[in-house]
Design a protein around this ligand. Structure first.
Ligand code: NOJ
Length: 584
């Protein structure tokens, strides 16, 4: 194979500031780990009630070990009324009966460790469930009491106090304040909830809240977990005085700063960060320094991962300074369109920003809050994060384009140095489920916007394991809390296992080669000499070329390691990524 112009590795001066390898222990697992997200409700159901659970996870962990990931992250499985899929926690130190018991958790953790898989759990510190003991005590206690001081209660404005204390909006739609009712039936104070009204925000100015979360961290660290994914890690501290937000958040963002996270075109200035009085306040960092000191007391490399929708990346890097968290989800990357210039820029910016503070970059394309990338990358109209797609959405994705781009995008992501996150089912190439009946939808976004935004149920449908089994092997009874589409039989794990060209085999091969070639700890060099809509990089001895354009490109001579589609004679087709070892 030949290429018109010989790609020239950039000189060191051209390169992004890579992680300072000399100053960090190379053996810290999380710097290069591939971490698989399990959404427990939808992974595997052990008891047949249609809801995934801990014993289901335990039984299916072998599949993840075979896939070749390094760790699992479990979304919340704690006691919860499940008003927001478990992100409404009523007891942080117990397993909800729908998922099993603490004993079931211990068995799952032991089995995962037996396979060499690290276990990360989710920590939800911005808010509790309204059924949490603390909130129930607060409601039963007088204004100004210590019980109320754990949350953010305020008097309303206006003559009768019937106007909310400020103009903040819930991320899920509607006002971020709900008024309480006093014991005598009269209207009372308001409480803040950046999410659903069943998720009251805690007051992180209160030392009691700090002490409680240190207790919770220790509870799980003592139980042997390897880390925490920290929910809404940019939201815990609110601006003093709770001022009105001059530009209320109306989009579907999972807490973004109110601006799209998508990077601007190459060379353009970083978007200015609007000062949102509830996101990215300076005070959050002291909390993570406190937690870091706790984790550092424990043996092994235990980690904190920030779910922080913060843009630009240089700002997000503050969350992973040496004495704070270890990783932050790279949502700027997730929101980058499948376009060469934007991808080149975000890869460069990510390595620069995280490398600048000695942290690895992370890479992520899908999770339980966004339209699955096998659909998102082929949307034909704007779809803000968290809005979802449903039967009446405009700009529905073209499925063939989506899966092809998703495979190419995944193959690019899995080559990049740093740590990559894989959301359950993306390894099967699952698309977003669009045709869910209205009555099946459970996301609070759907209810709080009166059906205007479909929300996130479409990426949370229970995943298929066996084509011929009831509920495709998710549950032996055939029950499933969200209906699974018929087309998923052909995407089931058993059908894809050992099938050349399947998405599952593509992921397995990618993870094997990633490990063999040390891609996760490699140094990335950008390669020149390719068309603008091509991303061409070299990591160690592997050259990665992704063609996001509409025309085939010539390939350099080299040994084919892996490609997202069959590669023709010396040409790389549109929407295809290839890994090559170039001839000298
Ligand atoms: C982010 C979580 O990923 C999402 O699922 C949840 O609804 C919100 N935080 C609120 O906890």
């Amino acid at each position: 194979m030949t290429i018109a112009e010989n790609p020239r590795p950039k000189t060191p001066a051209d390169l992004p500031a890579a992680e300072p390898t000399a100053t960090r222990p190379a053996d810290e697992w999380w710097r290069s780990a591939v971490i698989y997200q399990i959404y427990p409700r939808s992974f595997a159901d052990g008891n047949g009630d249609g809801m995934g659970d801990m014993s289901g996870i335990t039984e299916r962990l072998d599949a993840l070990a075979e896939l070749g990931v390094d760790a699992v992250w479990l979304s919340p499985f704690y006691r919860s009324p499940q008003r927001d899929g478990g992100y409404d926690v009523a007891d942080y130190c117990d397993v909800d009966p729908i998922f099993g018991t603490l004993g079931d958790f211990d068995r799952m953790r032991e089995r995962a460790h037996g396979f060499g898989l690290k276990v990360i759990v989710d920590l939800v510190p911005n808010h509790t469930s309204s059924e949490h003991e603390w909130f129930q005590q607060a409601l039963a206690s007088p204004e100004g009491s210590p019980e109320r001081a754990r949350y953010i209660f305020r008097d309303g404005k206006g003559k009768n106090g019937d106007v909310p204390p400020n103009n903040w909006e819930s991320v899920f739609g509607g006002a971020a304040w709900t008024r309480t009712v006093n014991a005598d039936g009269t209207p009372g104070q308001w409480y803040l909830h950046l999410f659903d009204s069943s998720q009251p925000d805690l007051d992180w100015n209160n030392p009691e809240v700090h002490a409680e979360f240190v207790r919770i961290l220790r509870f799980w660290l003592d139980r042997g977990v390897d880390g925490f994914r920290v929910d809404v890690a940019h939201g815990l501290v609110k601006a003093d005085g709770l001022p009105d937000f001059e530009k209320p958040l109306t989009g579907g963002s999972m807490g973004g700063a109110g601006v799209p996270l998508t990077p601007e075109i190459e060379g353009a200035a970083e978007p200015e960060l609007p000062s949102t009085p509830y996101w990215a306040q300076e005070g959050v960092h002291e909390i993570y320094r406190e937690w870091r000191r706790v984790l550092d007391e424990y043996e092994g490399d235990r980690i904190l991962v920030a779910e922080a929708w913060v843009d630009p990346l240089t700002k997000l890097a503050d969350w992973v300074r040496p004495d704070e968290m270890h990783q932050a989800f790279n949502f700027v990357y997730l929101e980058t369109p499948w376009e060469g210039p934007a991808l080149r820029r975000v890869i460069r910016d990510s390595l620069d920003a995280f490398g600048g503070v000695g942290a690895p970059s992370t890479w992520v394309l899908s999770n339980h809050d966004v339209v699955r990338h096998a659909s998102r990358l082929a949307l034909t109209a704007e779809n803000p994060q968290g809005a979802g797609i449903g039967p009446n959405s405009e700009g529905k994705p073209i499925p063939e384009v989506g899966i092809r781009r998703a495979r190419a995008a995944s193959l690019l992501m899995l080559a990049l140095p740093g740590s990559a996150y894989v959301y359950q089912g993306e390894d099967l190439g699952l698309p977003e489920v669009i045709d869910l009946p209205d009555e099946a939808r459970q996301d609070p976004t759907w209810y709080r916007t009166g059906g205007e935004r479909y929300g996130r149920d479409g990426c949370r449908v229970p995943i298929p394991w066996e084509a011929a089994a009831p509920a495709y092997g998710f549950s032996h009874t055939g029950e499933s809390w969200l209906p699974q589409p018929e087309e998923w039989a052909e995407l089931a794990r058993d059908v894809q296992t050992g099938t050349p060209g399947s998405t599952l085999e593509l992921y397995r091969a990618a993870l094997r080669l990633r490990r063999e070639h040390g891609l996760g700890i490699g140094r990335l060099e950008e390669l020149d000499g390719y068309p603008d809509d091509v991303v061409a990089v070299r990591i160690g001895d592997v050259t990665v070329i992704a063609n996001t354009g509409e025309t085939p490109i010539e390939l350099p001579a080299g040994e084919l390691l892996l490609s997202s589609e069959p590669v023709g004679e010396a040409a790389l087709a549109p929407d295809t990524t290839i890994w090559l070892r170039l001839q000298d």
